[in-house]
Design a protein around this ligand. Structure first.
Ligand SMILES: CC(C)(COP(=O)(O)OP(=O)(O)OC[C@H]1O[C@@H](n2cnc3c(N)ncnc32)[C@H](O)[C@@H]1OP(=O)(O)O)[C@@H](O)C(=O)NCCC(=O)NCCS
Length: 382
């Protein structure tokens, strides 16, 4: 039915894609056919990027070359660092700073493809964006803490290097592995709002910088990427007020509020990424001996399960556990969504490149509900 209105485009098919598949009824996520659990446990983020961008898992030699090419692109121009400093000084929010700085990167890109019709150039530009986002984010965080940025180390992994640039210290193996896993879990997720935004931009044959910049903007909203931050803020609030987490949930629901980290447009059962991160949080809690966040999140999930919310399809999503994992890794709360962007950039780039290969301008329409035949009155007669 051509005229059926689908608010929020829910369930509307707009494209074909080989990249990722989400089965929200059973809680399954695959990237190019591979189960997210196998990838999170067995593959590095670099391997996952290769898979998404080039269509198959790399051999060891292919991965080495790919990872080295990516690592070689980590440095950003001094002008970008100066802009990052100015944004930090102005008190800009991290996602907005990332949006601005990512957009600026195109000025220093050696490829002069501005149209998006050269798929190879799109992937080269995408590689530079993906390599440089962690450098921008770590520099922003350090500058606003009154510290100097740390130069990237090409010998470290994508995940390890970010933690190193953020803290100035090489991460231990558990932290690096956990963070790498979190990057893999967030790399792609079908046509979520930010990916669709990047695709819409790509469908005009704009360059991939525009697509990624738009994706960052879409991801910044509280209904999308902002939720992991909301979860952690709630956990900190509960902790600071010594409130019982279950009481907080009761009060919030009585007041008509939503519980951040619960519910998802696609998943009607527990998000498979939440299952893996919960396990990781358990590992981190056990190794550090600090079980506070694990206790709070478990209590909230158990209560909402007892209340029948989970059965109604409002189950924990990836954000419910990622915040606690990042907090344990020492990452500041307002960097969670930027980290999400750092990972999801890989998916945005893959979708833009895939869509532009067989492009069709995305141009839906709205049902017009405004007045008809309004009589125009000149301004001096109104
Ligand atoms: C993600 C989200 C926007 C998806 O929403 P949606 O598919 O549009 O679902 P709706 O907003 O139509 O909500 C459906 C019902 O579930 C309830 N609901 C949804 N999420 C809820 C939550 N987190 N806590 C309590 N109730 C919730 C709504 O109040 C609504 O109830 P009603 O039918 O009685 O009015 C929504 O679940 C949400 O706001 N979650 C919290 C934010 C979040 O974690 N976002 C990250 C997603 S990865």
């Amino acid at each position: 039915m051509a005229d059926e209105l689908k608010r929020g485009l829910e369930g509307v098919l707009v494209a074909e894609s080989d990249l990722s598949y989400v089965d929200g009824e059973v809680g399954k996520l695959v990237y190019r056919g591979y189960d997210i659990e196998d990838l999170a446990r067995g593959a590095s983020y670099e391997e996952v990027l290769y898979l998404l961008w080039h269509g198959s898992l790399p051999t060891a030699a292919e991965l080495d070359a790919f990872a080295a090419d990516l690592a070689a692109e980590r440095e950003v121009d001094d002008d970008v660092i100066e802009t990052v400093r100015a944004l930090a000084d102005a008190g800009e929010r991290p996602m907005a700073a990332l949006r601005t700085a990512t957009s600026m990167l195109s000025a220093y890109d050696p490829d002069d493809d501005e149209s998006g019709d050269d798929g190879e150039a799109t992937l080269r530009q995408g590689r530079r964006i993906t390599a440089k986002i962690p450098t921008i984010l770590a520099a922003f965080e350090r500058v606003r803490q009154g510290e100097e940025p740390v130069a990237p180390d090409p010998d470290l992994s994508h995940a390890g290097n970010f933690l190193y640039m953020l803290t100035g210290t090489e991460p231990d193996a558990v932290s690096e592995e956990t963070f790498d896993m979190a990057l893999t879990l967030h790399a792609d997720h079908g046509l979520n709002a930010s990916t669709f935004t990047a695709m819409v931009i790509g469908s005009t044959m704009a360059d991939v910088y525009s697509g990624v910049t738009g994706g960052i903007g879409a991801l910044s909203g509280p209904l999308h990427g902002g939720a992991n931050q909301d979860v952690m803020e709630v956990l900190h609030e509960i902790d600071a007020s010594s409130k019982d987490p279950v009481q907080w949930v009761k009060d919030t629901r009585d007041g008509g509020g939503r519980i951040p980290g619960f519910g998802h447009r696609v998943y009607k059962v527990k998000d498979p990424r939440a299952v893996i991160l919960e396990e990781k949080l358990r590992d981190l809690a056990e190794s550090s001996g600090d079980t506070k966040w694990l206790d709070y999140t478990t209590a909230i999930e158990e209560y909402l399960t007892d209340q029948g919310l989970v059965e109604k399809g409002i189950a924990p999503n990836v954000d419910f556990y990622s915040g606690s994992v990042y907090d344990t890794l020492g990452i500041p709360v307002d960097m969670y969504t930027p980290i999400f962007a750092m990972s999801r950039a890989g998916g945005w780039i893959a979708h833009v490149a895939e869509y532009q290969e067989d492009n069709r301008l995305i141009r839906p329409r709205a049902r017009y509900t405004g007045p008809e035949d309004a009589e125009f009155v000149p301004i001096d007669e109104r």
